[in-house]
Design a protein around this ligand. Structure first.
Ligand code: ADP
Ligand code: MG
Length: 277
């Protein structure tokens, strides 16, 4: 699928601004961030540490409110946690005293709803965890725990999956496996995905568009299209196109690009307009 094929915004973030009140005063974490995430699109968000990526993602999920601006899901404002939105964090956050099955059941118990066992078994199968339902988190590797967290997030069939550096703690090989797994799941479900990552390679491999946030306060610095069809092969990562894009994004994150822009170059501005317009 190419970005041109998306026609409906699934999530619309407009003017998202978040100020945290801290003991040492107000802290502007994100400032007027706007972007549309189209239905079925995968967007990666990268940016310097502390620039407000998690803050932006939490706003999209309804886990916390904005100081100003709004987030719309299918045109309706998000005001709190929503079953249409699944989340995966860097830590799998599995409850250590519950086995895998009981961990996956947990959100359903809280909501008092019945899990779709067939769908969950299908997911467990898909991520290679069939037969592991009786295992406790300590008996699973980091990669397996993250796969379980992914199953838990997808178990109630969200239409949007938000992931905050979900594979950041995994080794490079396991991370690549997880990327392919998410791609496979996307091919089946066409779930809209927002992925925060500190790996530019991962950001590019996964996304239809890579959004770069500026240093805090996080603003949308640029947006880059990644026009490769899925399933993608790892070979795209060694093309000149990806090599150049990787370097562009790296330069933006370390700020070189911005200073060149101030001197009169055209870097970055086109994508940013796309995201905010
Ligand atoms: P990132 O995910 O890009 O590393 P965060 O969104 O976690 O950035 O944080 C952005 C800024 O907001 C940081 O300076 C961080 O210290 C601050 N921050 C994050 N959460 C809170 C909070 N609950 N209270 C106060 N400050 C916070
Ligand atoms: Mg973060």
């Amino acid at each position: 699928m190419t970005p041109g094929q998306f026609n409906q915004p699934k999530l619309r973030v407009s003017g998202a601004t978040k100020v945290y009140s801290t003991r040492s005063g107000d802290l502007l974490a994100i400032d007027r961030c706007s972007l549309d995430v189209m239905d079925g699109e995968i967007i990666s968000i990268v940016g310097p540490s502390g620039c407000g990526k998690t803050t932006l993602l939490w706003s999209m999920s309804g886990l916390h409110g904005l100081s100003s601006g709004e987030v719309l899901l299918d045109g309706a404002p998000i005001t709190g946690p929503n079953p249409e939105i699944g989340m995966v964090f860097q830590d799998a956050n599995l409850l250590p005293w519950r086995n895998l099955d009981a961990n996956i059941r947990f959100p359903f118990e809280i909501k008092g709803t019945r899990p779709d066992r067939i769908w969950i078994d299908e997911l467990l199968n898909r991520v290679g965890l069939e037969g592991f339902g009786g295992r406790f988190p300590r008996e699973l590797s980091g990669g397996m725990q993250q796969r379980a967290a992914l199953v838990r997030a997808l178990s109630y069939k969200p239409s949007v999956l938000l992931m905050d550096e979900p594979f950041g703690a995994l080794d490079a090989f396991t991370r690549e496996e997880m990327n392919r797994l998410v791609e496979e799941i996307w091919l089946d479900t066409r779930t809209t995905i927002v992925l925060i990552t500190h790996s530019i390679d991962e950001a590019i491999f996964m996304a239809d568009r890579v959004l770069v946030l500026s240093a805090r306060p996080g603003r949308v610095a640029s947006v880059h299209e990644v026009p490769f069809a899925r399933p993608r092969s790892l070979e795209i990562m060694s093309t000149k196109e990806v090599f150049d894009l990787t370097n562009t994004i790296k330069a933006e994150i370390v700020g070189e690009r911005q200073s060149r822009y101030r001197q009169g170059g055209a870097a970055g501005a086109v994508g940013a307009q796309q995201a905010t317009g």
